[in-house]
Design a protein around this ligand. Structure first.
Ligand SMILES: Cc1cc2nc3c(=O)[nH]c(=O)nc-3n(C[C@H](O)[C@H](O)[C@H](O)COP(=O)(O)OP(=O)(O)OC[C@H]3O[C@@H](n4cnc5c(N)ncnc54)[C@H](O)[C@@H]3O)c2cc1C
Length: 456
């Protein structure tokens, strides 16, 4: 049996960050991976999806700028977009990710890892002992809810096939209008498919502000996505190469290709959880430092614990867990990794949000002042996101005079978000924010509008 201080199961972003930090801290670390080092994020999720979206966004921005717009002669070159996507995912080869682990002395075990008891992991018949801790970082897989016929559709796409597609299909039917559904709808429609997007809830992106959903919906519709909301899929069938989805109102939609984007479930079915008295199949419940209650040697980070299904939050949890194992005093969670985590939807317009939405704040019983301003309605908007739709909404806790939520929509606004994250996590009072002066002419002057409206 080989022995390590810590064994990490899953080399996605969460597992890699934890392993690297532990090794930097002087511990002997093993990491177990059954597919590619880099995880879902690097090959089938964040990275390739942004590669499919960015060219349209860049083109749309150039077309908004007189003088530059005239230089645009053609439309998107789909094969070139796919080729760039392949570069970004390294043709599904993880060789470039290995030196990062090697440089830190992290031992990589390729194969499926499973717990076999307290501080014991098996991989490919080899037993590993974890002297201090085991970290579960196996991520998540696409969910197929119990819709009649859905399981039996031959060739149905999940995020994996969509993000690694070799050709742009003529038609694509997408089930699910959450983040993956809307991002893929934009990507494929702008690259040449006719996309139909079906969402069971009343609107797309049901967890974000209503205005954000409305702007993304308008944008998708403007370039031809057929959007059907409030229609739950009840039955899926396939014949002669055509998939037919029947929805709750009795209508049907057809396509040669179906993309199932109906959420994720944690990869915990074959992880040996039962060997330590935990239930397989569900998320692994953790405390604020990602420790599994009653198992002081066991941690669960990233998608597997279901707290916040984002790469950046998985990496944050990796740092928290590593620091806790290393016994660092600063291993204190801010509790910032739940549904209020920073989040970006990379459509055009983008939706960048952190903290509360109007709905979640109301549910939390907060008394709010709500301040809205146009994202490009300032001097910076003459140059960036010119004329593009976009709204910045700040939610201020009336009693404490603190920003508790921010949603910004518009062209290329993702990088705006971190200022709001700092204001919220740092609980910076409005009176102090007045001294945080945005540069001119940038669209960050939305913060001045907030202060003006709040009377600061
Ligand atoms: C289409 C799409 C786009 C996305 N875009 C973004 C985005 O732009 N920004 C963002 O922050 N998030 C995005 N996400 C979410 C993000 O991909 C996940 O939150 C992130 O990958 C989770 O990281 P992780 O390390 O927990 O798990 P993963 O990335 O899933 O990695 C887990 C790894 O563990 C391996 N593994 C699992 N079980 C075992 C086992 N028993 N033994 C050995 N190995 C195992 C898996 O094969 C995998 O390689 C997107 C998701 C999708 C589907």
């Amino acid at each position: 049996m080989r022995s390590f201080d810590v064994v990490v199961i899953g080399a996605g972003p969460a597992g890699e960050v934890a392993a690297g930090r532990l090794a930097d801290g002087g511990l002997e670390v093993a990491i177990v991976e059954d597919r590619l080092v880099g995880g879902e994020c690097s090959y089938w999720a964040c990275m390739p999806s942004k590669a499919l979206l960015r060219p349209y966004e860049a083109l749309a921005e150039v077309k908004r700028i007189p003088g530059a717009a005239q230089a645009v002669r053609g439309s998107l070159d789909a094969p070139a977009v796919l080729a760039r996507r392949d570069e970004i995912i390294h043709d599904l080869d993880d060789a470039t990710q290995l030196p990062w682990l090697e440089d830190r002395g992290v031992a990589l075990f390729r194969g499926h890892g499973a717990l076999t008891g307290g501080r014991r992991v098996t991989v490919g018949g080899e037993e590993l002992e974890a002297r201090r801790a085991v970290i579960l970082a196996g991520g998540s897989v696409p969910m197929f809810p119990p819709i009649e016929g859905l399981d039996g559709v031959e060739g149905a796409w999940t995020n994996r096939e969509a993000t690694t597609a070799k050709e742009i299909p003529e038609r694509l039917l997408i089930l699910g209008g959450g983040v993956v559904g809307v991002e893929m709808a934009q990507a494929f429609q702008t690259l040449g498919s006719q996309v139909t997007l079906i969402e069971g809830e009343r609107r797309l992106l049901p967890r974000e502000e209503e205005f954000a959903c409305a702007q993304v919906t308008d944008a998708l519709a403007s370039y031809g996505v057929e959007i059907r909301t409030g229609q739950k899929a009840t039955k899926v069938s396939q014949s002669d190469g055509t998939v037919t989805v029947t929805t709750s109102d009795g209508t049907t939609a057809e396509s040669e290709l179906l993309l199932v984007a109906l959420g994720r479930r944690p990869s915990t079915e074959t992880l040996g959880l039962e060997s330590v008295g935990l239930e397989p199949g569900g998320t692994v419940a953790v405390d604020s430092l990602c420790r599994v209650p009653k198992h002081p040697w066991l941690y669960a980070i990233g998608d597997i614990n279901g707290r916040a299904l984002f790469t950046h939050m998985g990496k944050y949890q990796g740092r928290l867990a590593a620091d806790s194992i290393l016994g660092h005093d600063h291993a204190i969670s801010h509790g910032a990794d739940g549904p209020l985590s920073p989040r970006v939807i990379f459509t055009d317009p983008q939706v960048a949000a952190v903290g509360h939405t109007t709905d979640t704040a109301a549910r939390a019983g907060l008394e709010l002042d709500v301040y809205d301003t146009e994202t490009s309605g300032n001097a910076g908007g003459s140059y960036y996101g010119r004329g593009a739709p976009g709204t910045a909404r700040f939610l201020v806790d009336r009693e404490r005079r603190l920003v508790v939520g921010c949603t910004i929509t518009g062209a290329e606004v993702a990088d705006f978000l971190h200022a709001a994250t700092i204001a919220i996590v740092g609980e910076v009072p409005l009176e102090r924010l007045r001294h945080a002066v945005p540069s001119f002419p940038t669209r960050s002057e939305i913060w001045l509008k907030l202060l003006e409206q709040a009377g600061v």
